[in-house]
Design a protein around this ligand. Structure first.
Ligand code: SAM
Length: 274
């Protein structure tokens, strides 16, 4: 396949650093339950650094250097700190593991596909996007975002309906990668793919009957589609791709976990482009 080159450019989200000190107060955390939250230390740190924090809850019987670091970061970004018992933090996070740190955050800002393309092309000649065709499990999505950040993926495109968005579990599972990987959310993936093709992207699908991914030509601007955990890729989208790819399997199971398949494929691009 002939692949087109793009001009280098520049990036998206900025971190507005505010000054100031956190207020230290002991509160009832239940007053904040209607907010979006990030929890787990890595996720909290990354959300604070990305200036999305509006109130930090720390477990009142914890201390030490990690808690101190969080307090200092909150101060740097003018985020008030409240101390709450573990049981309150458990309530805020629905019993999930929060490591003593829960941050009230502003809602995640999704991009449009057009914004994603424009922003990415400002800094990358040959962008690599991931398209998630109906990933429903927040742990899969979070783990895919974590690998996407590690492997240098330029952006992720998700559908608005019948798929998980950026929830607090996704944020936690991504260990903060959600603050670094731009995510576009669209009402129609077919339309998004058409937009990518207009911009000279090569679009690749995945299932068990495609070309061996080891012979994948990853040059040019590319987008890779990962299918739903149960149904795989929708048949309508398979018709839109330039090529279907498969990861060979020699055992007894019928397919890999979506996050594992996505990880192998993301790192194949990384390996071939490095
Ligand atoms: C659990 S699989 C879906 C299985 C589904 N029953 C099917 O037939 O496609 C979820 C997604 O992971 C990716 N995947 C899993 N195993 C794969 C493999 N061996 N080769 C390529 N992609 C794979 C595909 O994107 C697939 O849609």
């Amino acid at each position: 396949m002939v692949r087109k080159q793009k001009q280098p450019q520049q990036k998206h989200k900025g971190n507005d650093r505010n000054q100031g000190k956190p207020r230290r107060e002991l509160v009832s955390a239940s007053e904040e339950v209607n907010e979006d939250f990030a929890f787990g230390r890595h996720a909290v740190v990354e959300s604070l650094k990305n200036n999305r924090g509006n109130k930090l809850f720390l477990q009142d019987d914890l201390s030490g250097s990690k808690i101190q670091e969080l307090k200092e970061l909150a101060a740097e970004f003018s985020v008030p700190v409240s101390w709450a018992p573990k049981v309150k933090l458990d309530k805020l996070t629905d019993g999930a593991v929060h490591q003593g740190a829960v941050l009230g955050i502003t809602p995640f800002e999704y991009l449009t596909v057009e914004e994603l393309i424009t922003q990415t092309k400002e800094r990358r000649e040959e962008p690599f996007f991931l398209i998630l065709d109906g990933i429903e499990d927040p742990h899969n999505f979070g783990s895919i975002l974590r690998t996407a950040d590690a492997a240098g993926v330029d952006g992720v495109i998700i559908p608005k309906h019948r798929a998980v968005g950026i929830t607090s579990i996704v944020t936690k599972t991504s260990t903060g990668a959600v603050e670094h990987v731009p995510v576009a959310r669209v009402t129609n993936l077919k339309q998004a793919i058409a937009t990518l093709k207009e911009q000279q992207f090569w679009v690749f699908g995945t299932d068990m009957n495609g070309t061996d991914y080891r012979s994948w030509n990853v040059s040019g601007s590319i987008a890779l589609i990962i299918g739903n955990e149960g149904k795989g890729m929708s048949p309508g989208l398979k018709k839109e791709v330039d090529e279907m790819l498969s990861i060979p399997m020699v055992g007894h199971v019928q397919s890999l976990n979506a996050g594992v398949a996505a990880g192998l494929l993301m790192y194949e691009v990384f390996r071939k482009r490095s």
